[in-house]
Design a protein around this ligand. Structure first.
Ligand code: ADP
Ligand code: MG
Length: 635
């Protein structure tokens, strides 16, 4: 509880104490004995006014402010009218007095409000805690001493020092030292990662064991940690359909119940169907019950909790609308390379043409790929043992889905699949091995090919099985790779459909065709690693990017970002989404159901104000507690 909440709580407790004492005096007949029957009504009016004002003066002020601004219809308005009305019943001193109810309604309303504020604060804080990844400072060495500076002030290329127990403030590369990094806050992964000189580190991880010197590769504002925080902060702006519905609902609901309350209070007694005080009291009770707070607060809180719970697993959801859509996904489309397969290719064979050296083929490929970030390029560079002298490379042109061309030492080198060769009129020939084939041509002459193979991620098959178990009807794989490779992977994983040899544009049209097949509420999710599939990520109902640690494209284009690259997180994200939606609907049905029931009872005069206030606060508290469940996820 913060300071403001503590003060608020104390105020309520004082009011409650005074209220209890007055009630005791009143119920034991002491008041009546002292002031006589009629006199005691006025005495209790004055007495109950004390706790009422202590507890509720701010609600009255707020209601008054809102009325003057012309936005009368909110909860404080309902509360103010109902309680002032209850006290105004003093005008009928002959009937049962209702001051105690007036004060009690205000008191319990405040208890509910305090609880709400506490719950919202708590879930907000726990997201902040979970995402407690924002570093306050960076250590820089100046004249042999370490100084703490604002991370914003660190320039790209500066060397920062990260001591054990500190958070890495800025993305960079280790230049000295080795250590274990705890990435749990980012990925939900509990096994620490070993790093040493040469390794990339991303901000937000905790350095556990050794001192690291890190050369920064990005400014603070573009580092992983800043981008993630920004993303989580903006998440509440993208509202789910259900949430918008509740807001719209509240907008007409409050005026509607106010009008009904007025009608209940006026029409029947005017028609001579009973005494005025009875019906006015019914109208007031009706107002108290009608307060839609449980609904208005618990729905956004559930989404908030769901987003928070997901982020704990290393799943960043950019808005509640995506959580809502994810719950309805029945088709999941995967990109192959880097998504279902690890994307670290190993070289299976190098087949040079007659008279060409195998090493020459590999070195040509490595040089041409020098500037590419494609998983294939990264693997080829790794397989090539030698240094790459980047000054020998010019005119690099990467054609996505095809390969690359570059000029190396005045020779035009082409590396890619048969489409690339065909396009540039270079000869090539097939290989009898199964695998991804990289043809290499130098100055239009065929030099040979490299056969590379990728391994399927170890949790990929389980993911497909889990998704099917979650009710996903179709798991589809799209790839730019060759058909035989694609089919081998598909068979291994139990995919329902594969489409091979697709260019990035073909992937978009394949997804569009699948989107057309969607029926009713069904949604389509596309999962990719963000490398040349950004257009598809945007086109799908829900775009899920994997392995955001480091990849900017993925964070930008996707709706949901999985911090590490384990596909099993997709099934977990879906479980979180479904659970959140279940909770949202439970709350809607429960809150509305109880509300309608008590409203009906109030209109018939069966429910009194006590039941009304317990109904309202009780429903709100139960709904809020239910909403908080969305935050709990199994790691
Ligand atoms: P996927 O759909 O499996 O993610 P891509 O669309 O990225 O694959 O690439 C499809 C094919 O295009 C690859 O299998 C490869 O043959 C070729 N290719 C793409 N980029 C490169 C590159 N940088 N070097 C060589 N070949 C490439
Ligand atoms: Mg790809």
């Amino acid at each position: 509880m913060n300071k403001k909440q503590r003060k608020w709580r104390n105020r309520i407790l004082i009011a409650l104490g005074i209220f209890a004492v007055i009630m005791l005096v009143d119920e034991t007949g002491l008041l009546a004995a002292a002031f006589g029957d009629t006199g005691s009504v006025f005495a209790s009016f004055a007495l109950y006014l004390i706790p009422y004002l202590i507890a509720g003066h701010d609600v009255l002020q707020k209601a008054w402010r809102n009325i003057r601004r012309g936005q009368a219809f909110d909860e404080s308005f309902l509360m103010a009218v109902a309680t002032v009305g209850a006290f105004a019943m003093v005008a009928f001193p002959d009937t049962d007095p209702h001051m105690a109810e007036g004060a009690a309604v205000m008191l319990f309303y405040q208890v509910g409000e305090l609880f709400q504020s506490y719950a919202v604060g708590k879930s907000r804080k726990s997201i902040a805690d979970m995402m407690d990844i924002a570093p306050d400072y960076a250590n820089i060495e100046r004249d042999g001493a370490l100084v703490e500076v604002d991370p914003e002030e660190v320039a790209v290329g500066d060397v920062i020092v990260v001591k054990p127990g500190e958070r890495v403030p800025i993305d960079g590369k280790v230049v000295e030292g080795s250590s274990q990094l705890d990435t749990a806050a980012l990925t939900g992964e509990s096994v620490p990662r070993h790093v040493e000189a040469g390794a990339d580190v991303i901000s937000g991880c905790i350095n556990m064991t050794g001192i690291l010197r890190v050369k920064t590769t990005k400014p603070f504002g573009e580092s992983t940690v800043s981008r993630i925080l920004e993303l989580v902060e903006n998440a509440s702006e993208k509202k789910a359909r259900t949430e918008n519905f509740i807001t719209r609902f509240a907008r007409w609901y409050t005026p509607a119940v106010t009008v009904s309350a007025v009608l209940i209070a006026i029409v029947p007694p005017a028609l001579g169907m009973g005494a005025w005080p009875d019906w006015i009291l019914r109208g007031l009770t009706f107002l108290v019950v009608s307060c839609p707070c449980a609904l208005v607060i618990s729905v956004p809180l559930s989404f908030f909790g769901g987003i928070g719970g997901a982020s704990r697993l290393g799943i960043l959801v950019k808005g509640s609308n995506y959580l809502e859509q994810l719950a309805h996904v029945d088709t999941v489309v995967f990109d192959k390379t880097g998504t279902l397969t690890s994307g670290t290719f190993s070289v299976v064979a190098v087949h040079p043409e007659k008279g060409v050296d195998a090493d020459y083929v590999l070195s040509c490929a490595a040089y041409a790929e020098a500037f590419s970030d494609h998983p294939i390029a990264v693997s080829i560079k790794q397989a090539y043992a030698g240094e790459i002298d980047r000054t020998r490379i010019k005119d690099v042109c990467e054609e996505s889905g095809h390969g690359v061309t570059a000029t190396v030492d005045e020779r035009v080198v082409m590396v890619g699949n048969d489409k690339l060769m065909a396009e540039h009129g270079s000869p090539w020939h097939e290989c009898e091995l199964t695998g991804t084939i990289l043809h290499v041509a130098v100055d239009g002459r065929y030099a040979g090919h490299i056969v590379i193979a990728d391994v399927v991620k170890d949790d990929a098959a389980q993911t497909i099985a889990d998704l099917h178990a979650e009710g996903v009807q179709k798991c589809v794989m799209l790839t730019g790779d060759r058909r035989d490779v694609a089919e081998a992977v598909a068979a291994k994983l139990g995919l329902d459909e594969v489409h091979a040899q697709l260019l990035p544009a073909d992937k978009v049209s394949a997804v569009e065709r699948l989107l057309d097949l969607e029926q009713g509420d069904g949604k389509l999710a596309f999962v990719g690693d963000g490398i040349n599939d950004a257009p598809v990520l945007m086109r799908a109902d829900v775009g899920i990017a994997m392995g955001a640690m480091g990849s900017d494209a993925a964070i930008e284009a996707a709706d949901i970002v999985l911090m590490d690259d384990r596909p099993s997180n997709i099934a977990r994200a879906m479980r979180v989404a479904r659970k959140t939606m279940r909770i949202v609907w439970q709350n809607i049905v429960f809150a509305l159901g109880v509300k309608i029931l008590i409203l009906a009872l109030a209109a018939m005069g069966v429910a009194n104000m006590w039941l009304a206030v317990f109904g309202d606060v009780g429903v709100a508290i139960i709904a809020i507690m239910n909403a908080m469940r969305a935050m709990r996820v199994e790691r």
